[in-house]
Design a binder for this molecule. Structure first.
Ligand SMILES: NC(=O)c1ccc[n+]([C@@H]2O[C@H](COP(=O)([O-])OP(=O)(O)OC[C@H]3O[C@@H](n4cnc5c(N)ncnc54)[C@H](OP(=O)(O)O)[C@@H]3O)[C@@H](O)[C@H]2O)c1
Length: 307
């Protein structure tokens, strides 16, 4: 198991995981709790968040866990959550931007953004910027962006990020995950250029059995779609526990380089018992695109990084 980066003898690391009540986020939270971190579970539903806390406590009775309610489909909620965290903690060492939705029919967030773009990417951009001063208060902070193999097929429509001229649910998901990847790379470059102590790492879980596909099936095809997705997951997906391995490594392994992209080490990065460097799609190397997306994101969500 990895160890937390430059673990301080004086205080435990403080970590925030979004979408921590289920799927990969819950396993990632458990993994970080096992490593001794204070884990803040960012969840939109307090009851589901508390259930995850109880589940982790069953396995790590001494775990120090907190709940932070936030709805990433509402930027006001993101602001409130960031404010609440800043009041509770002077330092944030690890931020895992994990929450997400996949291939849903066209719908908008409270702020009028297409929901996959808004939840998977833009809210996490805003959250990271809002928490940046707390991240900078750590002597070795880590931001993890959660991408997907699907990002390999993604393209970014800078002039139509919301997909309003022609919406495709798969295309919108792939774009949002490529945004996560571009953001993680750009944050790494900007942090390095400024000589910051922050490390930005990107991770994907391969194909993992979580609620993600089930929700997609239900939203698009009702109960039949949901059952089909559950069946496909049972046949082809690895466990959520395995899927979380690259995320936990990205959040905690001190040997991982700034800007690295991790995924499962097995067949076509779909499965694996360990984390390994993942294939980075060509578009994710486009520094001009990443920089333009960064600036546009700041304008869209109204939150800028102090770098
Ligand atoms: N599973 C895979 O095979 C796979 C593959 C590639 C990438 N990923 C990525 O992995 C990440 C985690 O997904 P998962 O597979 O663990 O899916 P999951 O089981 O569906 O979990 C998603 C989490 O995100 C939360 N969430 C969704 N919308 C939210 C919102 N508006 N505000 C706050 N939280 C919200 C969910 O909370 P609720 O329970 O309240 O809905 C849940 O905790 C996603 O970014 C996904 O794109 C997954």
């Amino acid at each position: 198991m990895s160890s937390l980066p430059s673990h301080s003898a004086r205080r435990p690391k403080v970590a925030l995981v979004t979408g921590a009540n289920g799927g990969l986020g819950r396993w990632c939270s458990l993994g970080l709790a096992r490593l001794g971190a204070v884990v803040i579970l960012g969840c939109r539903n307090a009851r589901r968040g508390q259930a995850a806390i109880d589940w982790i406590h069953q396995q790590v009775p001494a775990a120090r866990l907190e709940l932070l309610t936030m709805d990433l489909a509402n930027l006001s909620s993101v602001h409130e959550a960031a404010q609440e965290l800043a009041e509770r903690h002077q330092v944030l060492d690890i931020l895992v931007n994990n929450a997400g939705v996949m291939m849903l029919p066209l719908a908008m967030t409270m702020d009028g953004f297409e929901q996959q773009f808004g939840i998977n990417y833009l809210a996490h951009y805003a959250l990271t910027a809002l928490l940046f001063r707390r991240l900078m208060a750590s002597d070795a902070s880590r931001v993890v962006s959660v991408a997907s193999i699907v990002a390999n097929h993604g393209t970014i429509q800078l002039d139509d990020l919301q997909g309003l001229t022609s919406y495709g649910r798969s295309r919108a998901y792939a774009q949002s995950k490529l945004c996560n990847l571009l953001f993680g790379k750009e944050l790494a470059r900007r942090a390095a250029a400024q000589g910051l102590t922050l490390t930005s790492v990107i991770a994907h879980p391969g194909f993992a059995n979580t609620g993600l596909q089930r929700r997609t099936g239900r939203a698009n095809l009702g109960r039949v779609g949901e059952v089909a997705m559950i069946g496909a997951n049972l046949l082809f997906a690895q466990s959520a526990e395995r899927g979380a391995i690259p995320l936990i490594g990205a959040a905690s392994d001190p040997t991982i380089d700034n800007g690295a992209y991790l995924g499962p080490n097995g067949f076509k990065e779909l499965w694996g018992r360990k984390a390994a460097l993942a294939h980075t799609p060509k578009a994710a190397h486009d520094e001009k695109l990443a920089s333009e997306l960064w600036e546009l994101s700041a304008a869209l969500c109204g939150v800028s990084f102090p770098i």
